[in-house]
Write a protein that binds this ligand. Structure first.
Ligand SMILES: NC(=O)c1ccc[n+]([C@@H]2O[C@H](COP(=O)([O-])OP(=O)(O)OC[C@H]3O[C@@H](n4cnc5c(N)ncnc54)[C@H](OP(=O)(O)O)[C@@H]3O)[C@@H](O)[C@H]2O)c1
Length: 308
């Protein structure tokens, strides 16, 4: 038997509890990992609260978590290039808030020794999402990119990927995160009333593209006003406003997955010291409810992770 964190009804973080279940078996093309750390993402608490029943229907009991680092302990049929004992990180198929989880081998990569278990577990969702969105936006060197919510998990990686590609990045954040954004190479601006004027002041030559992670209608309205159209705006936080404004929403389903090239680019930048994703706080697995409450409260710098 193996331990995980599960919920059997939608609700507040109080519905999360420890459960014991059968050790999952990897199917063809899959591996099972002994989880060392799991990333906590806003999607986890949105699903738990019941807000995502159409887009992400779940069966109870449901174990949250979509990304982890750990050691491979079983390999399914047809898996090539990964063996038992490999230290890996990536996206998981079964819930990552667990002692053991199953993943598609193609969505894992070897963990370099220079990354801790916590750092590696924090990377997959942020890296894949950032890479995918920069590709959708077609951002080129010398262009100016506006990122709303630039200090969050996705924003922190998106800023560094874009800066490394020679893009000028303007990032919105609350005051407390402005130093963090400057350290990443972005120009920080406050979100809220007057955003368009503040962005124009730091980007007199205009803005070419925008990524909104905040899910706020006003972030999309400001982006469209600054860019002069919707073509080069992508929303990832909330499909509602994206639909209203005619902006592309990228949900990140398996058909859109860019894990492989994203991990390659991010690991190269990590190795050259040009990308890092701070751990806002690490909680033990059994404190998953507290970790989700902190994630829901927001205003993090980087990511929350669970350690196993
Ligand atoms: N579609 C996809 O593929 C995909 C993938 C990953 C994540 N997501 C979604 O993308 C969103 C961001 O994820 P994340 O992991 O980066 O979350 P996060 O780490 O919690 O970051 C959220 C960010 O939103 C900022 N924010 C709060 N209020 C804001 C406002 N009024 N205007 C602008 N920014 C504001 C916060 O900035 P301050 O802390 O500075 O206040 C924070 O940096 C979530 O909704 C998540 O579910 C979607």
């Amino acid at each position: 038997m193996t331990k995980s964190i599960a919920f059997t009804e939608y609700g507040s973080a109080d519905v999360l509890h420890v459960q014991e279940s059968e050790v999952p078996a990897p199917g063809p093309g899959q591996v099972r990992i002994a989880v060392r750390a799991a990333g906590v993402n806003p999607l986890d608490h949105k699903v738990r609260a019941g807000f995502m029943q159409d887009a992400f229907p779940v069966e109870f009991p449901h174990v949250p978590g979509a990304e982890a680092s750990g050691v491979i302990e079983a390999v399914g049929e047809g898996v090539e290039g990964l063996v038992v004992g490999d230290e890996v990180f990536g996206r998981t198929l079964s819930g990552a808030y667990a002692e053991q989880a199953v993943a598609d081998a193609s969505r894992l990569t070897l963990k370099p020794d220079t990354l801790s278990w916590e750092q590696a577990a924090a990377i997959p969702v942020a890296a894949e999402t950032s890479y995918r969105v920069l590709e959708l936006l077609g951002v080129r060197p010398g262009e100016t990119l506006l990122i709303h919510g630039a200090a969050g998990g996705v924003g922190t990686v998106a800023v560094q990927l874009a800066v490394a590609r020679g893009v000028k990045v303007i990032g919105t954040a609350s005051e407390g995160n402005h130093r963090h954004l400057r350290d990443l190479g972005a120009i920080p601006v406050l979100y809220g009333e007057g955003l368009v004027e503040r962005v124009r002041a730091v980007a007199p030559d205009g803005v070419d593209a925008a990524l909104d992670t905040s899910g706020r209608p006003e972030a999309l309205a400001a982006s469209i006003e600054l860019i002069g159209g919707t073509d080069r705006v992508v929303e990832i936080g909330n499909p509602g406003p994206a639909g209203e404004f005619g902006v592309r929403f990228s949900a990140g389903g398996p058909d859109e997955d860019r894990s492989e090239p994203a991990f390659t680019e991010v690991l190269a930048l990590v190795a050259s010291g040009r990308l890092s994703l701070p751990i806002h706080r690490a909680y033990p697995l059994t404190d998953a409810a507290q970790a989700q409450r902190a994630s829901e409260a927001g205003h993090l710098t980087g990511k929350i992770v669970l350690t196993v």
